[in-house]
Design a binder for this molecule. Structure first.
Ligand code: AMP
Length: 396
């Protein structure tokens, strides 16, 4: 059984075709510049040369048509016909409070995705376009929506409520949702499997990429997670500030003569590693400058690490213990020094990193010493595979 995983952005469509018998990727591709000049698709099929076509694509329906014809291309494709694709899984950012699980798409589900446009204005419209484009191009196939927010739906009220007038929760569903949910779900479950931990193990996952978030879970069920109503809350990210005093918005607005939207744009796009360092939003650039003791790099590194460690500490309390900590995403999977530096904060708890084991990138591995009080893992994330597993489960 092959499952197609689709992840649509406003002008892009990313896809993977996964053989669920052995969970191997049999094709993956990216359609870019949908609706703008220079639309193109690049597809990679193991054992074949990369295949690129440039062709005007006015919308996501045309992009999906091109995806399906490229997947079934007799020379460059991966399958002979659409019959070899059993179901389609879609990444959808926001499911609001309606969905506590992934779901088979029907008209009601599409209405809820629409109702959540306000909560995910950049992603939900594109995600819905992707679903409708697949429905048009491959009629009769089961489509499954896998929401980034469902992982956070198991949080208790005490973790998801903000201490603002309760009517705003009642009227507008203002609460903490959490994002990167598919990644946290995958990594927390894989950590338990890979580490041979008890089924109800308490796991803290540090998803450290350009966007960054952290979660606390028991047996793969979320207890708390750092992103909030939007992905702005929590850790220091590439360009997002993470946690701050909300009064700062008003203060900057007055001092710089900007409106709320403009200040929010600064907090989302010009803050974090980029804003604090004045160097770059890319952690590798900060690390390079750190070696030269650049003051911008030093302060950024310190604030970022301290915030991660502080959250881990808080989440140990939320979980009343911790069996394992896993690092994932671009920084978590690749930055040996950052994994070590975060864990150094935890040494008073008996967390010990084994430098030899930690000298690795992008591969699942135990990186703590045998006598470490808490196990620490490098655990690569795989959101596409998680979506494919959910799709298979629901489409069967
Ligand atoms: P992601 O959003 O998961 O793709 O992660 C992007 C972040 O990962 C950027 O800040 C990159 O600097 C960082 N990153 C990617 N590769 C490496 C690497 N080899 N070493 C250190 N950081 C990396």
């Amino acid at each position: 059984m092959n499952v197609l995983v689709v992840n649509c952005g406003s002008s892009s469509l990313k896809y993977q075709l996964i053989n669920m018998e052995n969970e191997s990727v049999i094709a993956k591709g990216l359609v870019e510049r949908i609706g703008i000049d220079g639309s193109n698709i690049v597809q990679k099929v193991p054992g074949k040369d990369d295949y690129k076509i440039e062709k005007p694509l006015k919308d996501h329906v045309e992009a999906a048509t091109l995806m399906f014809s490229t997947l079934t291309d007799s020379t460059h494709g991966a399958v002979k016909s659409l019959d070899e694709i059993s179901a389609i899984g879609h990444r959808v950012l926001h499911g609001g409070m309606k969905f506590t699980e992934s779901v088979l798409v029907d008209d009601k589900v599409k209405d809820v995705i629409k109702e959540c446009f306000d909560l995910g204005p950049l992603h939900n419209p594109a995600n819905l376009m992707g679903i409708e484009a697949c429905e048009k191009n491959a009629p009769g196939k089961k489509n499954v929506a896998v929401f980034d927010t469902t992982f956070g739906m198991s949080m208790e009220e005490k973790a998801y409520l903000y201490a603002i007038p309760y009517e705003y929760f009642e009227k507008y569903s203002i609460r903490r949702y959490g994002f990167h949910g598919t990644s946290h779900m995958f990594v927390s479950r894989e950590t338990i499997k890979f580490g041979n931990l008890k089924p109800d193990a308490k796991v803290i996952v540090c998803h450290l990429g350009n966007g960054a978030s952290i979660s606390a879970s028991i047996g793969g069920k979320c207890v708390d997670t750092s992103m909030g109503l939007t992905p702005l809350e929590g850790l220091v990210m590439g360009t997002r500030s993470g946690d701050l005093d909300p009064a700062i918005v008003q203060y900057i607005s007055h001092k710089e003569n900007k409106n709320v939207d403009e200040v929010l744009n600064i907090l989302n796009k010009k803050s974090g590693l980029l804003g604090l360092s004045g160097i770059s939003s890319d952690c590798r650039d900060i690390s390079k400058k750190l070696a030269e003791k650049d003051p911008g790099a030093v302060r950024t590194y310190n604030v970022m690490l301290y915030r991660i460690a502080k959250y881990i500490g808080a989440y140990m309390v939320a979980l009343a213990g911790c069996d394992a900590i896993s690092f994932t995403a671009g920084i978590g999977e690749n930055d040996i020094a950052i994994r070590k530096a975060v864990c150094d904060y935890l040494s008073f708890l008996g967390v010990k990193i084994d430098d030899e084991r930690n000298n690795i990138r992008g591969e699942a591995r135990l990186i703590s010493t045998d006598d470490s009080k808490i196990k620490v893992f490098l655990m690569p994330t795989n959101e596409e595979l998680m979506i494919a597993r959910e799709t298979l489960r629901l489409a069967k």
